[in-house]
Design a protein around this ligand. Structure first.
Ligand SMILES: Nc1nc2c(c(=O)[nH]1)N[C@H]1C(S)=C(S)[C@@H](COP(=O)(O)OP(=O)(O)OC[C@H]3O[C@@H](n4cnc5c(N)ncnc54)[C@H](O)[C@@H]3O)O[C@H]1N2
Ligand code: MOO
Length: 394
């Protein structure tokens, strides 16, 4: 059995095998991660631009300027102005090479053959120079940056239509167990309604990944093997619920072995979620999540989120960790690390009741998972404890 820290390290060591990229249109690129550096194909702005509505002048000896033409926004402007000449110009319009100042229209008087300035202007005023924001050829974005609306705005202003991003892994879900019945069906003796596949699917979507298939299998080696094999063809990550413990009808471990999935780890010294399995085949990943609902969800938040963020080259990996003083003392005699459902109250974190791995209700109300390392047997009231903040649950 390995420690939580070792398990997270093993995920990190194995996450770089994925590294797949795809070219997508900018319309679909919000929130995606750049797969390569981007160099500006053109300067921004691409020409000298007027910042104001007014007059572009070629500065002269006095305040009087002769008006010789006009450039509207969107037109090219190749006036060859001589000192003392001006053209009418508008915000965003091209300033001719021979003009060195744009004068706001509020600061001029109209004269018989042109304009008279009412104040002194310095050379370059009210002109955006070409490439003022970004020069052609400049490295504008780095591999790994997330494309937010403004980044996409810049790419559009480059005239770009497509972008090379990291491929988002796709996910398949398999729920195992003879006892499972879908909501709406009759519940026989010994049966329970199936919930894990939905919890997993919603948590995967919360992370922004696509679920491409959800299947349910009975406790049979053949069915389990077939379902895993199909899921590996359909998707990049396979998440299996239940059947990973040591019972006679827990077939997931044997199925994974028969399918020659490379086991990276099995069993983590933690509560809940001890029989967690992580493996890979080529650049596909498999988590077999212990079937108890709170174990399944804890393992998703701690380990699947870690893998997901690593595969997407995110800057922040896994749930945000903050230390808060604990509101009551606690004991840990399990010999395993604990992940405890907790709420934030004032400046403190309070451990909720109903922590059993079968209990999901406390999770529904939790803000955080408090982590108590395996070697810590007691924590005093007020001691700071590591708290993994849960993503907003709505
Ligand atoms: N002899 C031992 N027995 C067990 C051990 C052990 O070390 N030695 N570990 C226990 C721990 S810890 C856990 S956790 C469970 C995990 O077992 P499995 O992953 O094989 O899960 P199942 O037995 O299939 O299910 C456990 C529990 O969860 C319910 N369940 C399963 N799937 C769903 C679902 N899709 N929706 C809702 N609920 C589900 C299932 O009915 C069981 O009650 O093993 C212990 N045993
Ligand atoms: O490790 Mo299990 O998830 O405690 O019930």
């Amino acid at each position: 059995m390995i420690s939580v820290e070792e398990a997270l390290l093993k995920i990190k060591e194995n996450a770089n095998d994925f590294n797949l990229t795809e070219i997508i249109s900018l319309e679909k690129a919000l929130g995606r991660v750049l797969a390569e550096d981007i160099f500006a194909p053109i300067s921004i702005p691409p020409f000298r631009q007027s910042i104001m509505d007014g007059y572009a002048i070629c500065s002269g000896e006095n305040f009087d300027y002769k008006l010789v033409g006009e450039t509207k926004t969107g037109e090219s402007s190749d006036y060859e102005l001589k000192s003392g000449e001006a053209i009418r110009i508008f915000t965003g319009a091209q300033v001719p090479e021979t003009a060195d100042i744009v004068v706001m229209q509020e600061h001029v008087k109209i004269t018989a053959d042109g304009i008279q300035l009412e104040k002194h202007y310095n050379s370059g005023e009210n002109i955006r120079t070409m490439g003022e924001q970004i020069k052609e050829g400049e490295k504008s974005f780095l591999k790994g940056e997330v494309l937010n609306p403004s980044a996409l705005g810049i790419l559009l202003s480059f005239g770009v239509k497509e972008v090379n991003v990291l491929k988002k892994p796709t996910v398949s879900i398999i729920a195992t167990g003879n006892e499972l019945v879908d909501a709406g069906e009759n519940l026989g003796q010994g049966q329970i309604y199936e919930s894990n596949s939905h919890v997993i699917s919603n948590t995967v979507k919360q992370k922004g990944f696509e679920v491409v298939s959800v299947s349910k299998v009975k406790d049979s080696l053949e069915d389990t093997e077939n379902a895993i094999q199909k899921a590996l063809l359909d998707s990049d990550i396979v998440l299996i619920s239940g059947g990973i413990s040591v019972g006679d009808y827990d077939f997931v471990g044997r199925a994974l072995h028969n399918l020659k999935i490379e086991q990276i780890f099995y069993k983590v010294s933690q509560k809940p979620g001890k029989p967690l399995y992580f493996g890979k085949k080529d650049n596909k990943y498999v988590f077999a999540l212990p079937g108890n609902p709170a174990s399944t969800l804890t393992c998703l938040y701690i380990y699947f989120f870690e893998l997901a963020d690593l595969l997407m080259s995110r800057q922040e990996i896994g749930l945000t960790k903050i230390k808060f003083p604990i509101s009551e003392a606690l004991e840990n005699n399990s010999g395993r690390a604990l992940f405890l459902k907790a709420i934030l109250k004032g400046d403190c974190v309070e451990i909720l009741t109903h922590q059993n791995s079968s209990m999901l209700l406390s999770f529904a109300r939790a803000d955080a998972l408090v982590f108590i390392p395996a070697d810590i047997t007691s924590v005093k009231k007020g001691e700071p404890v590591t708290s993994f903040l849960l993503p907003s649950q709505n």
